[in-house]
Design a protein around this ligand. Sequence first.
Ligand SMILES: [Zn+2]
Length: 387
Amino acid sequence: MTPGSNRNRPLLTLLRVGRLYAPEPHEETDLLIADGRIAALGRNLAVPEGWPVNLVEARELTAVPAFIDQHVHVTGGGGEGGFVTRCPEITATEIAAMGIGTVVGVLGTDSLSRSPADLLAKVRGLRAEGIAAYLYTGAYRVPPPTLTGDLQRDLAWIPEVIGLGELAISDHRSSQPRQDEIERLVSDVRVGALLAGKRGICHFHVGDGDRGLEPLRRLLSETEIPADQVIPTHVNRRRALLDEAADYALTFGASIDLTAFEEPGEEGLSAFDAVVLLLGRGVPKERITISSDCNGSLPEFDAQGGYIGMRVARNTALIADWQRLVREDILPLEQALDLIAGNVARVLGLQARKGRLAVGFDADVTLLDGELQPRKTFVAGRCVHEG
Ligand SMILES: [Zn+2]
């Protein structure tokens, strides 16, 4: 993937696949892509002779909407064990190889050696390499670090900024934000986003603390903030928190985000187990999303809060857990796709362009083999992964 290679590609791409899930299964198995968007879906589509077209024959593969990962430490997270524990950046190849076409970059614990400006630069770099990348302004910390010195201005003037995150609550690494501080930040994001015509989501990192989701319950009960502006993540980090998240989703009609932990540990649940539990509790699948938290740190602390060690999170568990949902008949393929595509697009306010294969939508297409393994990823019609 080289910057600027866009210009040398034909405007038209014709994808011929074996099956297509939009997410609902389709009879049409050809996609015509024109200038980055889906121009037509049908059988035996053709373009007039002599027109320059990039023809992709993949009758053995299944086309699905490219996956969307709303929590990626694209510049690397971590640092909780000193400077030697700073996690590395992610590459466009590592994203696309998992069938992921869209990411939202996020800052976490460390907003001293990492900044929103660095995050925006990385997001723009990923865009130049073909990935649809966005960012949250802010970090764990309150007041949140911003690009322009003001949350509303970040939302209003910077197209790549789609919200605030990951603001930490119920965590010993948080700023211990007071309720009125949380209310002020969320309302600032809301108004900045309204002016810019964005959803303006507030993506909350929920830690291990006993307060759990209480600050968000209060926010939604005591203010006029709508539930779809608030997304708590990591809610499967311990069983009691997941139970609370199920109640929260049902009470407020709110969405919750699971993290695809590679090793959920003794207290935590894998994203797979968490989806099974949430569906069993009656949480509609429309309210559930899964993200990777990749290139963040997985630090371990002892009972006194002392740092013990750290691993770097990857995005492989996101796909592995999702594949298990289909293979073990928890959800059929067309419904499981929502958890890592359609629902995520809606949560982020990108549902008019992404998360579906339909005429007019961005040509973000992942081709899966019979084992549900991503073989090719297209973003805006450009092939960003082939393997
Ligand atoms: Zn987090």
